[in-house]
Design a protein around this ligand. Sequence first.
Ligand SMILES: CC(C)(COP(=O)(O)OP(=O)(O)OC[C@H]1O[C@@H](n2cnc3c(N)ncnc32)[C@H](O)[C@@H]1OP(=O)(O)O)[C@@H](O)C(=O)NCCC(=O)NCCSC(=O)CCCCCCCCCCCCCCC(=O)O
Ligand SMILES: Cc1cc2nc3c(=O)[nH]c(=O)nc-3n(C[C@H](O)[C@H](O)[C@H](O)COP(=O)(O)OP(=O)(O)OC[C@H]3O[C@@H](n4cnc5c(N)ncnc54)[C@H](O)[C@@H]3O)c2cc1C
Length: 616
Amino acid sequence: MPMNPDLEKERQGGTFDVEQLTHILDGGRDKTLKRHFLEQEVLKDPVFRGPDTRFLSREELFGELLRKHVAVIKKTQELSIDDINEASTIYSAAMNNNVGPLTLHSVAFVAPLDLMADDEQKKKWLIPAKKYEIIGCYAQTELGHGSFIRGLETRADYDVNTQQFVLNTPTETAIKWWVGGCVAVGDIGPKFGFGGVDNGYLCLNNVRIPRDNLLAKTGKVLEDGTYVKPENPKVVYGSMLGIRAALPKVGAYNLSKAVTIAIRYSCVRHQSEIKPGCGEPQVLDYQTQQHKLFPLLATAYAFHTVGVWMLDFHSTVMNEINEGHYHRLAEDHVLAAGLKAVINWKTHEGIEICRFSCGGHGYSLASSLPVIYVNHVANSTAEGETVILLLQTAVYLMKCVIDLEQGTPLDPSVAYLDQSFSKSEQWCSDVDMHSLLKAIQFRSKKFTEYVSSFVKKELMATGNQQLAFNKHKVILVECAKAHTEAVIMNAFVTKVDEILQSNPSVGKVLSLLCQIYGVTEILAHSGDYIQYEYLRKIDLDNIQDQLFKLYTYIRPEAVLLVDAFDFHDEVLKSILGRYDGQVYENMFKWAKASPFNKQDQGTFRKYIQQLKQAKL
Ligand SMILES: CC(C)(COP(=O)(O)OP(=O)(O)OC[C@H]1O[C@@H](n2cnc3c(N)ncnc32)[C@H](O)[C@@H]1OP(=O)(O)O)[C@@H](O)C(=O)NCCC(=O)NCCSC(=O)CCCCCCCCCCCCCCC(=O)O
Ligand SMILES: Cc1cc2nc3c(=O)[nH]c(=O)nc-3n(C[C@H](O)[C@H](O)[C@H](O)COP(=O)(O)OP(=O)(O)OC[C@H]3O[C@@H](n4cnc5c(N)ncnc54)[C@H](O)[C@@H]3O)c2cc1C
C-alpha cells in the first residue's frame, strides 16, 4: 500500500538520522541487524501464522499462544540463541502483544533454580528445565497472602525418619493461588488480561518430597533436621529480584509501543478546524494532544535508558553474589523495587492516555492498545505490589538518613542525598537537563529528610518502628517515588550526555526529550518546590512556558522518534499504528473479518422476536 501522505511528509522532516537512533536503542548496529534477522525468521515461517488472536475466546487464545510459544522455543533452539534479548525478539515477534503460556517457566522457575540450586541440583533440574524436559512454576502466593510472605500458611514438616518434607495446605486461605503456568492442577478462572497464562491453584495433601529437593546453594536442612542459614539471609528473597529488575525495560517496551501507535495515528487523524477554511489539522497539532503524548514519548525514552541500566546493574550484582560478595544486594533490591513500581505504574497510566488520545478507535482492539494495557497492567501487582515495593525503597531511604548522621558512606545511587544543594538560580532562560536533574534530586533529598523527621518523632512516641512507618506510609511512598524519579533522571541525563559527544544530532533531540521529562516531573510537584523555596512562582511560570516551547521543537521530530523504536507492523499489530498510516481501509477490512459478521444471527432474531411479541 502507498504511504499515507501525512506520514510521508512527517518523515521528510526531522533533524537526525532515525537509523542511528535505532542502533543506539538496540545497543549497536550489529544488534539491530540481528534483531531484524530474528524477526524475519519468525515472520517468514508459516508456523507462526494463525488466526488474529484478538478474535479468539479465552480457551482458543490459550491454545493458539501455547502452540506459538512451543514454536518460539523450537526456533530459539534451532538458531542456537542463548542471549536473553535475542530470545525475547523471537518471542515478541510471535506473541502479538500477549504473554506466552510458558513465560513463567523461564522467568520464575528456571531463573530461581539458576540462583539458588547447588551444583548437584542444577544438574538434576536446571539443565532439563532449560531444555523444557521438565516444566515448572513458582507457587508462592496463597489465597490469603501474597505481599506478606511471612504470613504464608503452607506447611513443610520435616520427617527425620524418611528425610522428607511433608507438604500440606492446612486452611482454605493457604491454597496456592495465581501460580502462573500451573496447567494440570486447577484454573483460577478468567482474569483482566494475561489470557495466555494459565494461572492456577494448588492444594497440597501430605505431599512428600525428599530433603534434597530444597534448593541448597546457600541455606540447607541437614539430615537430622538442623537448618543451616545462608551466609546472607536475604538471598532467600533472591527469586524475587530477577523479574523485578527486568520489568522496567518491559515497561519501556510496552509504553514505546503505545506511544508509537498514538503518535502515528495522531498524524493521520484530522479533526475540527483551527483556521476557518484552512482544512482540518492533524490532531497532533493541537497543544492538548501534544501535552498528552510528548511527555509520554519522553518517558518511553527515559524508561528505556534506565531499564537497560537496571539490567546491567543487576547482572553485575548477581555475578558478585556468585563470587560470594553480597555488599550490593540491598542497593540492587531497592533499585529494582522502586523502578519496577514507578515505571510499571506510570506505563499503565501512559498506555491509557495513549488509548484516550486515539478517540473512539483507541477503544477498538484494532488499535491493540486495550490488549497492551490489560497485559501490561498485571505488572503493577504481580511480582510485588506497587505500594509494597515502594515501601521497601522508602525504608532503605530512612536508613540512609541514619547512615548520613553516623557518617557512614552511602551507596552510589543515593550519594546525592549527601550533597548540599544551593537554591536554584532564577530560571528565566532555557532549562537545561542538568539543572532539572539537580532540582529533582533536591526534592528527593528534602522529602527524605522531611519524612524521616516525622517517622523519628513517631518512633520516639511509640517505640515501635512498624507503627511509626504505618502512620506515615503515604509520605513514605511519595518519598520512594521522588527518589526513584531522581534515579531515572540521572540515568537519562548521563546517557544523553554520552550520546551528545558521540552523535550530536541524535543527542540534541534526546536532550529535548530529557528536558520534557524533567520539566513534567517538576511541574507535577510544583507545590513542593515553592514550599522548599527552591523555585519561585515566576520560575515555575517560566518552566511551564518552556514546556510548551519544547513541544514545538519536538513536533517535527515526533514521528521519527517513534519510528526509531523500529517496531515491525507484525510486532505492533495495530491498525492505528501502521507504518504506512493506511488506517481507514484496514479498519474496515479488519472489521469485515470479524467472526461476528459471519455467524448466523439466529440468536439475535430469536430474542428480538420475543421482545417484539412481549406485552410490555
Ligand atoms: C519484602 C516483602 C515486601 C516483605 O517481607 P518481610 O516483611 O518479611 O521483610 P522485610 O521488609 O522486613 O525485609 C527483610 C529484609 O530483606 C530485604 N529484602 C526484601 N526483599 C528482598 C529481595 N527481593 N532481595 C533482597 N533483599 C530483600 C529487605 O530490604 C530487608 O532488609 P533489611 O533487613 O536490611 O531492612 C516481601 O515479602 C515481598 O517482596 N513481597 C512481595 C511478594 C512478591 O513479590 N511475590 C511474587 C510472587 S511471583 C509473581 O508474582 C510472578 C509474576 C510473574 C509476572 C510475569 C511477568 C512476565 C514478564 C517478565 C519478563 C521478564 C523477563 C525476565 C528475565 C529474567 O529473569 O532474566
Ligand atoms: C497476573 C498475575 C500473575 C501472578 N503470577 C504469580 C505466580 O506465578 N506465582 C505467585 O506465587 N504469585 C503470582 N501472582 C501473585 C502476586 O505476586 C500477588 O498478587 C502480589 O504479590 C500482590 O499480593 P496480594 O495479592 O496479596 O495483594 P495484597 O497484599 O492483598 O494487596 C491488596 C492491597 O493492600 C495493600 N497492602 C498490603 N499490604 C500492605 C502494607 N503492608 N502496607 C500498605 N499497604 C498494603 C496493597 O498496596 C494493595 O493495595 C500473580 C499475580 C498476578 C496479578
